[in-house]
Design a protein around this ligand. Structure first.
Ligand SMILES: Nc1ncnc2c1ncn2[C@@H]1O[C@H](COP(=O)(O)OP(=O)(O)OP(=O)(O)O)[C@@H](O)[C@H]1O
Ligand SMILES: Cc1cn([C@H]2C[C@H](O)[C@@H](COP(=O)(O)O)O2)c(=O)[nH]c1=O
Length: 204
């Protein structure tokens, strides 16, 4: 039986990466093989692209093409083979990030985004997406603690993340059956409890 594909989304600092392993462990506890991965990344090519796209200045089209180039390798070499083998895949970011960041944040034309999605076909559609929704100011506060040098997206101003957040919420309104919005404000424990409640029907 084909595996299930779960993606996590949200603006930088929303706290989503802190829950990837928890979700993977919940799936494993049900005796299901699961892999966790991320975008941009997930393959040698994807991780090399990640270094470029997160740090080199470029136009939004180049950004989008690189994200989809890395994604093509990720889908064909990692995600699709795992799903076909009956494994579940937990992916930290996927196509919704491109819509939110490149269209919402950097103004990529919707028609260009749609053409890239079409060119990627056949690509798996997530069975469930958890959108960790939080105010950009709170997300920025959470990023304060990070030791590493911020990448070029993390260096964007609050207004950029307001646009990204708005684009995410637009996607969630358009696809309520797939995208579960998790209120990511509050303590780590509170967010974890909200995630557990949203995850339960997906694991049932
Ligand atoms: N509910 C929370 N309250 C306070 N801090 C949190 C909460 N959730 C996560 N954090 C902290 O916020 C920081 C960012 O968390 P995390 O890396 O999971 O965010 P993210 O959404 O994956 O960001 P990015 O997309 O940039 O990786 C981490 O230091 C994490 O420990
Ligand atoms: C897949 C994808 C990602 N991004 C951006 C979003 C983040 O700022 C970084 C990834 O960093 P993270 O710490 O792993 O979350 O890349 C994007 O702009 N477009 C995309 O398609």
């Amino acid at each position: 039986m084909r595996g299930r594909f779960i993606t996590l989304e949200g603006i930088d600092g929303a706290g989503k990466s802190s829950h990837v392993q928890f979700i993977a462990d919940q799936v494993r506890e049900r005796g299901v093989h699961v892999i966790d991965t991320r975008e941009p990344g997930g393959t040698r090519v994807g991780e090399d692209v990640r270094k470029i796209v997160l740090h080199e200045p470029m136009g939004v089209r180049a950004e989008a093409y690189l994200m989809f180039g890395a994604r093509s390798e990720h889908v064909t070499k990692v995600i699709e083979p795992a799903l076909a083998a009956g494994e579940w895949v937990i992916c930290d970011r996927f196509i919704d990030s491109t819509y939110a960041y490149q269209c919402g944040g950097h103004g990529l034309p919707r028609a260009t985004f749609d053409a890239l999605v079409k060119a990627l076909e056949p690509a798996p559609v997530p069975d469930a997406t958890f959108l960790f929704d939080v105010d950009p100011a709170l997300a920025a506060e959470r990023q304060q603690g990070q030791q590493r040098t911020p990448d070029r997206f993390e260096r964007e101003k609050t207004d950029f993340f307001r646009r990204v957040r708005g684009a995410y919420l637009e996607r969630a309104r358009d696809e309520p059956a797939r995208i579960r919005v998790i209120d990511a404000s509050g303590s780590f424990e509170q967010v974890r409890a909200r995630l557990e409640a949203a995850l339960a029907p997906v694991l049932a």
